[in-house]
Design a protein around this ligand. Structure first.
Ligand SMILES: [Fe+2]
Length: 492
């Protein structure tokens, strides 16, 4: 019998290529995206994950049971080496409101099994988790593990999924427990390798395997505090770097074809409907914004931040959002975005100091947006936020300085999964910040995530906290629980 010996490279992968796990995302009433990326060695040379320079055929299966006794769909996709051997399977024609299980096979190797689901057609309760900010060096991903153990129906990730810094380029107060891949990310290979390093974490893989995710990037998937075409470091060829970062982001996330980057642009603002119960409006607060006012940073006395000509969302996205709110029949309108929307004055006593990178740096557009929330008539707007590395619960008001100004929405800010290390609880500082900002009713500087349970009557938000991440195994506790009764736009 003839064999392939001597006829070129082996056509069999020698080891398990599913070292980066599996994922699913962007569910609709009849579909969802299945994802995997093959890597024999996640940190392999040139971002190729130790894979051969050839395409690999990948089979996938979707079943209604965990043991794959009832396979309802199957197919084959090509994991192209030019796309870092990533695979995106965009399914349609599935049944609404159903749980499904999926897995992949490549050249004799079987992937782990993932659980996913389609959005329901009818009103039914939803449990979703919210996460952000997972600096790999700053601590273990116990918070992702605890999130997975709660088995939410859906996970919303609001950015800083990776950090672009070189090893020890941004250190946490308590030091580092792990080390980034070499160098600050700049090339496509750098970003691919960094994503692979993060994805090789077992706790993160568990969180992906438990439910479909909705993802949107913030700054660190590209570079700290970038704004539109402007790099915060002023380094040349930012456009090239941004294109590399977008390409790697798409390759590593369970996104639909509508998010395939076109060079230096990429569409991540989108709507995801969860039947008549909820509409998620996911925003991009980086790509279309004007540069930060007054040289960025936390500043007092910056009049430019109030300039009505400044934009954070860009006119098109703002119009798209307000239109989507006005047309929404959903019981809850959940606006997933990155940066703190509530005003936060960091200076105790007279005077104001605010963060130029957050909505405080784009105050006129915030007022326009919140006025638009009110005028849209959309039911129960709730803003979900990341970035701050601190849990917050706040009321969003048309005028934060006027105690009588109406509340138009609630903001729930999730702390970081890992960024800034163990965290702490400083009651005096919390009391001071809340006294200065009475529309903020809760703050916690520990690590964690949010779990929200939503039905027609109320949204119940559990702020989950962990006391440490510098060692493995911390339990998660509920640091605070808020309920937002439907129709009230207020925290209780
Ligand atoms: Fe962050």
């Amino acid at each position: 019998m003839l064999t392939g010996a001597g006829l070129g490279p082996s056509r069999t992968l020698a080891r398990d290529p599913f070292t980066l796990g599996i994922a699913s995302g962007d569910p609709s009433g009849d579909g969802v995206v299945l994802w995997t990326r093959l890597a024999l060695d996640p940190l392999g040379l040139n971002g190729r994950g130790g894979m051969p320079v050839r395409d690999v055929e990948v089979q996938w299966q979707l079943a209604t049971d965990e043991r794959f006794a009832t396979v309802v769909r199957r197919g084959t996709e090509t994991a192209r080496w030019k796309r870092a051997h990533s695979v995106h399977v965009e399914l349609e024609g599935l049944e609404p409101g159903r749980e499904y299980f999926y897995r992949f096979r490549a050249e004799g190797h079987l992937s782990p099994v993932g659980r996913t689901r389609t959005a329901p057609a009818a009103l039914s309760p939803l449990t979703f988790a919210v996460a952000a900010c997972a600096h790999y060096e700053h601590g273990y991903y116990t918070a992702y593990r605890r999130l997975a153990e709660q088995e939410p129906d859906l996970v919303v990730h609001l950015g800083d999924y990776i950090y672009e810094y070189a090893p020890r380029g941004y250190t946490a107060p308590g030091g580092s427990v792990r080390r980034h891949t070499w160098g600050k990310c700049a090339t496509l290979a750098d970003y691919r390798m960094r994503h692979a390093q993060y994805k090789s974490d077992a706790d993160l893989q568990a969180a992906h395997a438990v439910a479909p995710w909705l993802v949107a990037f913030d700054d660190h998937e590209i570079e700290n505090n970038w704004a539109g075409d402007v790099s915060s470091t002023g380094a040349p060829s930012f456009a090239r770097r941004r294109a590399n970062a977008f390409q790697a982001y798409y390759e590593n996330m369970p996104l639909r074809r509508s998010s395939v980057p076109g060079g230096t642009s990429m569409r991540v603002h989108r709507r995801v409907d969860w039947g008549p119960l909820a509409r998620f409006h996911l925003l991009d607060t980086r790509q279309f914004r004007d540069d930060q006012a007054c040289e960025d940073g936390i500043r007092a006395g910056c009049d430019d931040r109030l300039d009505s000509g400044r934009t954070l969302l860009g006119e098109d996205q703002r119009g798209w959002l307000l239109d989507g709110l006005a047309r929404s029949d959903a019981r809850w309108n959940l606006v997933g975005q990155q940066i703190l929307m509530a005003q936060r004055d960091a200076k105790a006593g007279p005077g104001t100091e605010v963060n130029m990178d957050s909505w405080d740096g784009y105050a006129a557009e915030r007022t326009r947006l919140l006025t638009g929330f009110r005028d849209s008539g959309a039911a129960n707007p709730v803003v979900l936020t990341g970035d701050a590395h601190m849990h917050h619960a706040a009321d969003l008001k048309l005028d934060f300085d006027d105690p009588d100004s109406p509340r138009v929405a609630v903001e729930l800010v999730t702390s970081s999964i890992a960024s800034d290390g163990d965290g702490y609880r400083d009651e005096a500082r919390v009391a001071e910040t809340i006294a200065e900002n009475p529309h903020i009713s809760y703050l916690d500087q520990r690590r964690g995530y949010l779990v929200c349970r939503l039905d027609t009557e109320e949204l119940r938000a559990d702020f989950r906290t962990l006391d440490y991440i510098s060692r493995r195994g911390a339990p998660a506790k509920t640091g605070a629980r808020f309920t937002i009764p439907a129709g009230q736009s207020a925290l209780t």
